[in-house]
Ligand binder design. Structure first.
Ligand code: SAM
Length: 285
């Protein structure tokens, strides 16, 4: 028995016959010390309505509940886990809701209890970045913090700063909305079964509304184009995005105060935001 009086996760998995399915991106965290540590990255949750995506057999779920969350809603697509999750809900009466759904289609703000809202997830690798973009683009931005596990390489791309190897579209989109920091590095061997690569938990905290960049669609298009050919100068790599406007790449870059001979990785996040605004204004009707 653990602190929550539920049986060890290995027993839960055996009792409910919950073998990991590759097609659902399933790699489980069975060490409750580790999941408690991940949950603690969300800060004090005594007044928090949290949402967990992809609880699986419930390792992180139990970490979040033990950490002392006010209310937790879990979204799981694979119905095989509902029995095991139901047992956790019984151990925490009135504190947990289970939603069987695809997280990409859920209106999170609609299913969550009121209060400070936090997202936690050991994300399925195949949908992780799609969900992140969905949460960054949410209007109004309904969450106060996100504590998200990604493959290490994706986590590096979210927190990277200009000039770093991993700096690109994802860092610029994420950091235009949030402060992003590396919370915890998690080796592949911490999972059952172990994936091929290491993972890491990223902590995202939205900036005050006035400091957030609103037009993420335009920012996604210019950064996608600029970093699509990262070895080329912006004059060349931006041609694709420029083709949707009435101006050429040189004109767009000069209006944004960016040297057309520069490479994308040297340009600041703020300069890309200005470029996105210039691009939006010049877009063909
Ligand atoms: N949170 C558990 C843990 O840490 O042990 C399981 C993590 S496992 C990497 C990912 C989980 O996400 C699986 O339970 C999987 O069924 C679920 N999942 C995959 N795609 C999903 C989706 N689109 N919506 C909701 N859950 C999904």
């Amino acid at each position: 028995m653990s602190e929550d009086r539920l049986p060890p996760l290995r027993e839960v998995i055996a009792a409910h016959d919950l073998g990991a399915k590759k097609s659902f991106g399933q790699h489980f965290l069975l060490d409750l010390n580790l999941t408690r540590k991940i949950a603690s990255l969300a800060g004090d949750m005594s007044d928090t309505a949290a949402i967990e995506i992809g609880p699986g057999p419930g390792g992180l779920t139990r970490g979040i509940l033990e950490h002392g969350v006010k209310h937790l809603t879990v979204i799981e697509k694979d119905a095989r886990f509902l029995g095991a999750l139901g047992e956790i809900r019984t151990a925490y009466p009135g504190q947990m809701d289970i939603v069987e759904a695809d997280a990409l289609e859920v209106d999170e703000a609609g299913v969550l209890a009121p209060g400070r809202r936090v997202i936690l997830s050991n994300l399925p690798y195949n949908v992780g970045t799609l969900l992140l973009i969905k949460w960054l683009e949410a209007k109004p931005l309904w969450w106060a913090r996100a504590v998200l596990m990604f493959q290490r390489e994706v986590a590096d791309r979210i927190v990277a700063r200009p000039g770093e190897k991993a700096y690109g579209r994802l860092a610029i989109l994420a950091q235009s909305v949030c402060e992003a920091r590396m919370g915890l590095k998690v080796p592949a061997r911490a999972f059952t079964p172990p994936p091929k690569v290491d993972s890491a938990v990223v902590v995202l905290t939205p900036r005050p509304e006035a400091e957030r960049f609103a037009d993420l669609k335009a920012l996604g298009i210019v950064t996608g184009s600029a970093f699509g050919q990262r070895r080329k100068t912006l004059r060349k790599s931006l041609a694709q995005a420029a083709s949707k406007t009435t101006q050429n790449a040189d004109e767009l870059l000069e209006s944004a105060g960016i040297d057309p001979g520069a490479r994308a990785e040297t340009v600041s996040i703020e300069a890309f935001q200005t470029l996105a605004q210039v691009w939006r204004k010049a877009t063909r009707p």
